[in-house]
Design a protein around this ligand. Sequence first.
Ligand SMILES: NC(=O)c1ccc[n+]([C@@H]2O[C@H](COP(=O)([O-])OP(=O)(O)OC[C@H]3O[C@@H](n4cnc5c(N)ncnc54)[C@H](OP(=O)(O)O)[C@@H]3O)[C@@H](O)[C@H]2O)c1
Length: 261
Amino acid sequence: MHTSAAIITGASEGLGKFMAIEMASRGYHLVLVALPGTGLPQLAQFLIKNFSICAHYFEMDLTEVDNCVALFQSLRTQHIQADILINNAGIGNNDWFDDKCICFYAKQITLNVMAPVVLTRLFIDHPCHAKQRYILNVGSLGGIFVVPKKGVYGATKSFIRHFTKSLQIELRNTNISISLLSPGGINTKPELLVLHDSLKGISRVTVLEPEVVAKKAIDGMFKGKKEIIPGIFNRIFVWLKGLLPNIIQEMIIHRNMKNVL
Ligand SMILES: NC(=O)c1ccc[n+]([C@@H]2O[C@H](COP(=O)([O-])OP(=O)(O)OC[C@H]3O[C@@H](n4cnc5c(N)ncnc54)[C@H](OP(=O)(O)O)[C@@H]3O)[C@@H](O)[C@H]2O)c1
């Protein structure tokens, strides 16, 4: 049994919940974080009962920097060491830019960008005796490919990509391994299932189920992979992106997004 714990943000539902189940099934103690009133106590109870692990939970809004600081202070006071940080909480959307209000974008940028930066900084300083520590930052293929209706979201994920790759170089000679997860579409909730179902052609094959992505993500993190791209087609598209001229890439994206647009 593992002694220190893995922090998972956005663990109440979607990919975060599946990663929590995956980690618990491997015997890891957990620190689950999500907004209040979203079923974290019940999830913690379920994991404790079924996998005989310790699961702590913190119900908080991670868009408040003070809450991120308070989380690590609580871990210190409760003598909980954390050797893994999974920055998963994030807000996505699929709307024309002017259909969303300023508040939405402010929240999206704060949660997708500011929270992972602050939590990563706090995690690095958090006392932990583990020989090896891991950070997994959840990005997206939207951070690599420019797609309409995901302008701000894609930009936040580009930030995460750049931030993670830069830290990989800085942390090279330390005991902290940092990986980037770049998934395509994931069927994490009914509205995404409907959206993903409406995709045609190559866009459709980028979509995977959350349990598949969670397993690949955790396997890749423990292997110390720099970038984890679940799905063979997604890996091929990223590889092709490096080869195809921009104009051809734009034509392919327009053709495949026709239904969604
Ligand atoms: N689904 C996809 O197609 C897809 C594709 C590529 C990448 N991703 C990325 O994968 C990650 C998870 O996506 P998902 O589809 O699983 O999302 P999701 O089902 O909406 O879950 C998001 C999680 O983040 C939490 N959260 C939201 N706002 C928060 C806040 N202010 N403070 C703390 N926690 C908050 C949610 O908690 P509550 O339950 O408390 O709201 C929930 O646990 C995101 O980073 C997303 O960008 C998703």
